[in-house]
Design a protein around this ligand. Structure first.
Ligand code: MTE
Ligand code: HPA
Ligand code: MOS
Length: 778
């Protein structure tokens, strides 16, 4: 009986379906609890000149109305990297929806009515709404960064072939089902307890402390679970927590804020839209000789995580390919939108899509199959010459080439290309395309200090265990995996382990549950705690077992915890069941609890020089997607997807496969249907699931094959697993590439330049422009 490697159902699977898994707004209100809402800026940029709350105050049931002047602390600005974002607008307005006035009332309807009754006076100024405008006006967030290797200019000058272009990729809404939510409860000694839907309890604790002028020891942040986060609750859970806490501190009453879905979509940041200029040089065979890439992102109005997201884009420009000469620059731009933030992939998708676009264009311009061009340029394990990334990390112990060859067989790629050609010749209405793209995703936070975790493991006298870590559960199955790893440590049933609510009271100074590293950091910290407990238990067990037998004496280093028993591995007959054993140990005053700490070894990256080893290892994989596009409407259907990934030895195969499918579909959404639409004043028009289309069940291809590949060379990380949360998102890019391929097949000629996502409109316009270009030679 092995707890690790089993497809146990998600901890909350039953609760999710029956409704017994509670989210913040399901919690019973405390006596006197207030509902909090806020008034956001109606304009994207300008000056706040007046606030009139008289009408709002007059509404029966309104208890408090707070604005910037009511902030009790000395600090006025917050932010995870740069402290540049005001808690509340003082004068300068930076985006539509930016919080200006907080209202608190006895119920939600009254709070909403009060917010609507607040009158704001603002003087608008001209907002910056495009990346081009930001560049023209030098409106930037943080410094421009560079990663460079080799002699790029010389390689370009000598190259037989060159391509260049500008790729625009759109943003993406996280669309977690549970909106931003928080309950703040005032306590003794000026303290406050914050129950937040957050991926980042420590960050929430510290922004609340700063906004209220408290010490960190006066603030506790808890998170039981989120109804999805997808990066959107890594930093942006801060503002609702600040607002609820301000009300709680001012009124002495519990305060609850739950964003409405539209409100959430309007005021919170999203995946960064990018505008990327690129040049690539290559030889007759399609070998990349040099790339020169310049990224600009729409960072929104404040820095948030934009510089960190940009860093990950730059670190993923190579994706799975060796780039002998590379110049990669990145600059986040300051625009008048909500600050853009983490979203699954964290800049990775925006980097990967650029090199994949380049490879597709190399294939198109040489008239070669794109698969072959990709394989030619892909990293080969053991080929030391070609295994160094542009930032100086060796890519090793991977199976990228094996993934190419296996997937070529299992997806029947060559035969399907022939069938697609035949289909396209027959059909005057539809056109098919196919594309493969790999991923090599770096695992670790690129900021070294975040690569740490701590865990508290409490063993009780019946042999059951409670575990607490800084990791948060957002549906990804972290708690289930931690439970399995801890059960495995003691050789007991996973049902005898429960992962408790995350709280900064039990685990301090934690990293956000992000960068796909939740299990890597927190489960490993739990293992460290288990090892400490087992060390104490083992010396006690050796004594006790020796006293029970006349045979061989038991000794500490031979004690094992297997199948619910404790014994000396040389004498399995002489054993004690784990439950009674724990009770005996306590009676002999053995410590049955421990705090474990883990710091990822070996990672370091110098962002000034653009060199280092930012990643502990890489998660890799590839996908093949086939699409059909209507030549007359541009409408696209995804016919078939084949995914193959190396995610190490899976702690829970069911959960990992679920993550691969979910991640792929979310990436596919970014590449196809998800379209953020703004008006000319910077106002978001696609503010609900009816106007913003995430993939639904009918968008899932009828053939969706997901498989994993063994990698015996991967011998590090907890239980030799690999992080799985974000990497599959970037495999969704194969769908966009397949759309590009279909358009190329429908309208052969020069390379297909198209933006992302490949909506019906984009597909149609791209095809029409290409046809028009053929008809009217210039
Ligand atoms: N899966 C679900 N169901 N819900 C989520 O919000 N977030 C993703 C991914 N998978 C998410 C998810 C993101 S952005 C990350 S970084 C990882 O889960 C975080 O969790 P992990 O590190 O434990 O994998
Ligand atoms: N990934 C995700 N979230 C992060 C990172 C990262 O590399 N750095 C800071 N927050
Ligand atoms: Mo995930 S974007 O790192 O929260």
């Amino acid at each position: 009986m092995n707890a690790v490697g089993r497809s146990l159902p998600h901890d909350s699977a039953h609760g999710h379906v029956t409704g017994s898994a509670l989210y913040i707004d399901d919690m019973t209100p405390l006596a006197g609890e207030l509902h909090v809402d806020f008034v956001g800026s109606p304009i994207a940029s300008g000056t706040l000149t007046g606030i009139d709350v008289r009408a709002a105050m007059a509404i029966n049931g309104v208890v408090a109305i707070l604005a910037h002047r009511d902030l009790p602390g000395e600090k006025r600005l917050f932010g995870p990297i740069f402290h540049d974002e005001p808690f509340l607008v003082e004068e300068e307005i930076s985006y539509i929806g930016q919080p200006i006035v907080i209202v608190a009332a006895t119920n939600r309807e009254i709070a909403r009515a009060a917010a609507a009754a607040v009158v704001l006076q603002c003087e608008p100024s001209l907002p910056i709404l495009t990346i081009d405008d930001a560049i023209a006006k030098n409106s930037f967030l943080g410094p421009r960064r560079k990663i460079e290797r080799g002699d790029v200019d010389a390689a370009f000058a000598a190259a037989p072939h060159r391509i260049e272009g500008v790729l625009r990729t759109n943003g993406q809404e996280q669309l977690y089902f549970e909106s931003q939510a928080c309950i703040a409860i005032p306590g003794e000694l000026g303290s406050i307890r914050v129950i937040s839907s957050t991926q980042n309890p420590t960050e929430t604790q510290s922004v609340v402390a700063e906004a209220l002028g408290l010490g960190l020891h006066q603030v506790v942040c808890e998170c039981k679970r989120m109804g999805g986060g997808f990066g959107g609750k890594e930093t942006q859970s801060a503002l609702p927590a600040i607002m609820a806490s301000l009300v709680a501190a001012k009124t002495g009453r519990s305060a609850r804020i739950i964003y409405g879905k539209d409100q959430d979509m309007i005021v919170t940041g999203k995946r960064h839209a990018y505008q990327t200029s690129y040049r690539a040089a290559f030889d007759d065979e399609g070998n990349i000789l040099a790339v020169d890439v310049s990224f600009h992102s729409n960072g929104g109005a404040f820095a948030d995580l934009s510089t960190s997201v940009m860093e990950r884009s730059m670190l993923h420009l190579d994706n799975a390919y060796y780039l002998p000469n590379a110049r990669i620059t990145g600059q986040a731009c300051k625009l008048n939108y909500p600050p853009n933030t983490a979203f699954r992939g964290f800049g990775g998708p925006q980097g990967v899509v650029v090199i994949e676009n380049i490879l597709q264009h190399i294939a198109q311009s040489l008239g070669r199959d794109a698969w072959d061009i990709r394989r030619l340029n892909a990293y080969r394990d053991g080929d030391r010459q070609r295994s160094l990334t542009p930032y100086g990390q060796w890519v090793q112990d991977h199976v990228i080439q094996e993934i190419f060859s296996t997937l070529e067989q299992t997806s029947d790629y060559r035969q399907r290309v022939r069938l697609i050609d035949a289909f396209n010749e027959r059909s005057s209405v539809y056109v098919k395309g196919i594309a493969m793209s790999p991923i090599k995703f770096g695992i670790s936070f690129t900021s070294k200090f975040l690569n740490q975790g701590n865990a508290l493991v409490n063993v009780y006298t019946d042999g059951t265990i409670q575990v607490s870590t800084g990791g948060t559960e957002m549906g990804q199955g972290l708690n289930t995996k931690i439970r399995q790893v801890v059960a495995d440590q003691f050789g007991i049933e996973p049902a005898d382990v429960i992962v408790m609510t995350t709280s900064t009271e039990k685990n301090n100074n934690t990293s956000p549950t992000a960068a796909s590293a939740g299990t890597d950091l927190n489960a490993q910290a739990a293992v460290v705690a288990c090892e400490q407990i087992k060390a104490a238990m083992s010396s006690f067990a050796a004594n006790r077992l020796s006293s029970l037998t006349r045979g061989i004496a038991a000794s500490t280093e031979h004690i094992c915890f297997v199948d619910g028993y404790v014994y000396d591995d040389r004498n399995p007959e002489n054993r004690i069941a784990f439950g009674p054993f724990c009770d005996m140990a306590r009676r002999e005053r053995v410590d049955l609890g421990a705090r474990g700490f883990y710091a990822t070894p070996g990672v370091d990256f110098n962002r000034e020089t653009g060199q280092g080893t930012p990643f502990f290892y890489y998660t890799t994989g590839a996908a093949v997607s086939e699409v059909t596009i209507d030549r007359f409407t541009g409408e696209m259907i995804v016919d078939r997807i084949d995914v193959l990934m190396d995610v190490g030895k899976m702690i829970n195969p069911g959960i990992d496969i679920g993550q691969i499918i979910g991640g792929f579909v979310q990436g596919m959404g970014w590449c196809t249907n998800e379209e953020l639409v703004y008006d000319e004043s910077g106002k978001l028009l696609s503010t609900s699931p009816t106007t913003y289309k995430i993939p639904n069940i009918t968008d899932i291809p009828s053939q969706f094959h997901v498989d994993t590949i063994e990698n015996p060379k991967h011998r590090i990380n907890v239980s030799r697993s690999k992080a799985v949360g974000e990497p599959p998102v970037m495999l969704g890019i194969s769908v966009w590439l397949a759309a590009q391929d279909a358009i190329f097949r429908a309208t052969p000629g020069r390379v297909v330049e198209m933006p992302l996502p490949a909506t019906s409109e984009v597909n149609l316009i791209t095809m029409q422009n290409r046809l028009a270009a053929v008809v009217q030679p210039t």
